[in-house]
Design a protein around this ligand. Sequence first.
Ligand code: ASP
Length: 437
Amino acid sequence: MINRKRSNEQGRNAGKKREKTGLTTKIFIALIGGMILGSILHSFVPSSYWKDTVLTGGIFYVVGQGFIRLMQMLVVPLVFCSIVCGSAAIGDTKTLGKVGVKILAFYLVTTAMAISVALTLGTIVKPGLQLDLSKVTTAASNTSVQQSTSMTDTLLNIIPTNPIQALANGEMLQIILFAVIVGIILAKLGEKTEVVFNFFSGFNDIMMEMTGMVMHLAPYGVFCLVAKTFSELGFSAFGSMAKYMLCVAGALAIHCFGVYSGLFAAFTRLNPFRFIRKYLPVMGFAFSTATSNATIPLAIETLEEKIGVSRKISSFTIPLGATINMDGTAIMQGVAVCFAAQAYGISLGPAEYLTVIATATLASIGTAGVPGVGLITLSMVFNSIGLPVEAIGIIMGIDRILDMARTAVNITGDAMCTTIVASMETDSFQKDVFVGK
Ligand code: ASP
């Protein structure tokens, strides 16, 4: 066990060596620069070979997607190794179970709160009132995935029949389960499996080092991703949907800066705005990539180095959160329900609201942390109360920007819940790192 602790310590020190001063600022300059350049290209530069093929479809696309792929390349090995090491370091199944139950409770309750905020705001602002959806062509919506897996199958699917296949396919919940079991057994067998533990621990350090290297490319990736999105969409497309978009944005802000910050302050007695300031680069990264999954390595690293959360907790809770805790997505779904109901003139009663809260919480568990999936699981929420799924067709057009914003909220929720739970455990949270610069 002593060796295990030392090995984990080495990993942490290796992580701390990476000095990233200035990277945050660079990412934000890239984000704003990308938005400005993209909007200028959209509004003032006419379509041409150079603009569409060379710049947007060429340079922006290749650099942006290349960066996302690099981040995705890190996810499976990093998640697997760090969960194995994390659960081996926690050691006893009791503590692991306690952390698991607490984090699940936080994830589920905060998601239900998120939808409630969205439904309340959607009912007050009424984003769909002026729209007549019967006039809208809705062919696109029919692509929504209709086949829903039953609850029992969803639960059974967490158990991988072939762990190697689960790793190859990036099946996050299956990977988490298998890695936790391997970690627990490593702790149980102790000295006998020291070699295996050291292998995973060393590999984990390699992955963290790789994360640091890839992150140096973040400003370029972020710039190209955002410039491409804005040059294609501009701001003009949003006209009639402005109220819907503002409503989603407002609910995201209330949930992130109100609900989450309140919970964070109440449970940790720490300043939530300090947390948000330190976590901003991760939020900026999630915003530009619109994928929670790709954000996992950076989230774990930032939580350790800037917030003071031990990797033995975050390596387990962050990948889990990126897979099942989607508060931002649930908010979009809550507002979308109000929007569609108002646009079709369907009135919703308490029973419908409760059904939406329950199904959107489940949909959040089933939403993968990749771009656009929230719209697909939205059809499940619409079906649960008999709303016409055709409405999803018009939401689709403006969803990309909202996807970016909700992904930032999704990953912030994971990190805040993780910090709250870590602060409740001994040896898992270093307050001096949090209050430091
Ligand atoms: N893009 C979101 C995420 O990765 C999921 C979604 O809402 O579509 O967290």
